[in-house]
Design a protein around this ligand. Structure first.
Ligand SMILES: Cc1ncc(COP(=O)(O)O)c(C=O)c1O
Length: 401
C-alpha cells in the first residue's frame, strides 16, 4: 500500500500552489466519512466545500451516473439530450418563477459569469452592487464581485471596475446607491458563506427586493452555497418570503460532478442570444443525470433533514462549546454553521483534524461547517466532542507556552 506521504509530495510538486492544503489524503469515502490511504477515519464536515450534500457515494446518485454512463455521457448542448431535458424539468419545478430558463455550466464562478452578462444586457446598465465580505468566485468577472482583498489584490487593475461594495444588512446605504437608477444588478448571498456564515437582519431581504423592484435593478441571489436545502429550505431566500430575478446554483447540484446553473425568470434569461454564452461541457448528460437524482432526494425529505439535523448540531455546539473560553459564538442556519473563536482558527483546525474531524474555515478566526444532510445525531455528537477536545488542547497549549 502506498503511504499518504507519496500523494502529498506529488501534489505539492505538481499542482498549482493556489490551495491552502490541509494534511488529509482522501483515499476512500462513504456517507459522512472519509479514510486516508493508511486507514485513518475522518468525519467529513467539509463535504468537498459543501458539494457532498448527501454525503459520499450516495447510492441513488451513483446508480444514476452508472446508468447514464451506459447510455451516453458526452453530448454538447447544441444536441438534444433526454438527461438534460429531465434535469431542466426537475430543477424548474423547484425554481421560484412560473416560467424559468437556465444556462448550464460547470462551476459556481461560471454561473456568476453568466449572471453578470445577463444583467448587463437585459438592463443596458453598467454598474453592479455587491457586499462587503461577499464571495462569488475567482474568475475575472466573479472576482470583481468578490470582496476580499486577499483574492483581488494582484488583479485589482484589470477586473470589472463598476462595482460598489456595501455593508451587508445596511438598507439605507443600498437605498442611497440605487438612487441614480444606473445599477444593473445587486448581487447578494442570502446567507454569506465564505465571509463567515453571516445572516442578514430580519427585514433586510424584503427591503432589498422592494427597492430593487422600484428602481428597475435586477436582484441576483447567489445560492451556490446556501441553496439546495443547505439552510433547511430548498433556497435560502425562502426564509424571507422573496424571490430573485436571477439565481446562481452550484456545488452539489451535479451530485459531485461539475455543474453550475444560472437560472432566472424566463424573459430575463432570454436576453442572451445564440453564441453570447456557451460551455463545451456545460449541461453534459452525466452531470444532468446525477443532478436529477440529487433533486429527487432533496424533494423527498433531505431538505427537511438539513433543517432538523442542523438545528440539533447547532444546539449541541451551543451546549458543549458555546461557553468555552476560546469561543466567541456558534451560529448559523440549517447545515450552514460556524464557530467564531477568540483566537486564530489554524491550531484548532489542526487539532480537529488530528482528532478525526475535517471542517472549513473563514477569515482568521472562524471555523465553518458544511456537513452533509445525512448526518445522524451520533455524528453530530462525535463532531462536537472532537471540537471540544481540539479547543481544550489549544487552551492547554497556550497555558504551557
Ligand atoms: C456563494 C458562492 N458563490 C460562488 C462560488 C464559486 O463557486 P466555484 O468554486 O464552483 O467556482 C462559491 C464557492 O464557494 C460560493 O460559495
Amino acid at each position: 500500500m502506498m503511504k499518504n506521504i507519496n500523494f502529498e509530495e506529488n501534489e505539492e510538486r505538481l499542482l498549482a500552489g493556489t490551495y491552502q492544503k490541509i494534511p488529509v489524503v482522501a483515499a476512500r469515502a462513504e456517507g459522512t466519512r472519509i479514510w486516508d490511504a493508511e486507514g485513518k477515519e475522518y468525519l467529513d464536515f467539509m463535504s468537498g466545500y459543501g458539494v457532498a450534500i448527501l454525503g459520499h457515494s450516495f447510492p441513488a446518485v451513483k446508480e444514476a451516473i452508472r446508468k447514464q454512463l451506459d447510455e451516453v455521457y458526452i453530448t454538447h448542448a447544441s444536441v438534444y439530450s433526454p438527461a438534460r431535458s429531465s434535469f431542466l424539468s426537475e430543477l424548474s419545478s423547484v425554481l421560484p418563477w412560473n416560467t424559468s430558463r437556465m444556462f448550464l455550466s460547470n462551476s459556481g464562478a461560471e454561473a456568476v459569469e453568466a449572471a453578470i452578462k445577463i444583467a448587463l444586457k437585459y438592463t443596458g446598465r453598467k454598474k453592479f452592487i455587491s457586499m462587503e465580505k461577499a464571495y462569488h468566485g475567482k474568475t475575472m468577472g466573479a472576482l470583481s464581485l468578490t470582496h476580499s482583498n486577499k483574492y483581488r489584490k494582484s488583479f485589482g487593475d484589470i477586473i470589472y471596475p463598476n462595482v460598489e461594495f456595501l455593508k451587508f444588512g445596511d438598507i439605507e446605504q443600498l437605498k442611497k446607491s440605487l438612487q441614480g437608477e444606473d445599477v444593473a444588478a445587486v448581487f447578494l448571498e442570502p446567507v454569506q458563506g465564505e465571509g463567515g456564515i453571516n445572516l442578514p437582519p430580519e427585514e433586510y431581504m424584503k427591503s432589498v427586493r422592494e427597492i430593487t423592484e422600484e428602481t428597475g435593478t435586477l436582484l441576483v441571489l447567489d445560492e451556490i452555497q446556501s441553496g439546495l436545502g443547505r439552510t433547511g429550505k430548498m433556497w435560502a431566500h425562502q426564509h424571507w418570503g422573496i424571490s430573485p430575478d436571477i439565481m446562481t446554483i452550484g456545488k452539489g447540484i451535479g451530485g459531485g460532478l461539475p455543474m453550475g446553473v444560472t437560472a432566472g425568470r424566463s424573459d430575463i434569461v432570454a436576453t442572451l442570444e445564440i453564441g453570447e454564452q456557451s460551455s463545451t461541457t456545460g449541461g453534459n448528460p452525466l452531470a444532468c443525470a446525477a443532478g436529477v437524482a440529487v433533486l429527487k432526494e432533496l424533494r423527498n425529505g433531505y431538505v427537511k433533514r438539513a433543517e432538523t439535523q442542523g438545528a440539533y448540531l447547532l444546539k449541541r455546539m451551543r451546549e458543549e462549546i458555546g461557553e468555552h473560553r476560546l469561543v466567541a459564538s456558534p451560529r448559523g442556519i440549517g447545515m450552514m454553521l460556524a464557530v467564531e473563536l477568540k483566537i486564530r482558527f489554524l491550531p484548532v483546525l489542526m487539532n480537529q483534524i488530528q482528532g478525526g474531524l475535517i471542517t472549513l474555515y473563514s477569515g482568521f478566526n472562524t471555523i465553518r461547517l458544511l456537513p452533509p444532510y445525512i448526518i445522524t445525531e451520533q455524528d453530530a455528537d462525535a463532531a462536537v466532542g472532537i471540537m471540544k477536545q481540539a479547543l481544550d488542547r489549544q487552551l492547554e497549549n497556550s497555558r504551557v507556552s
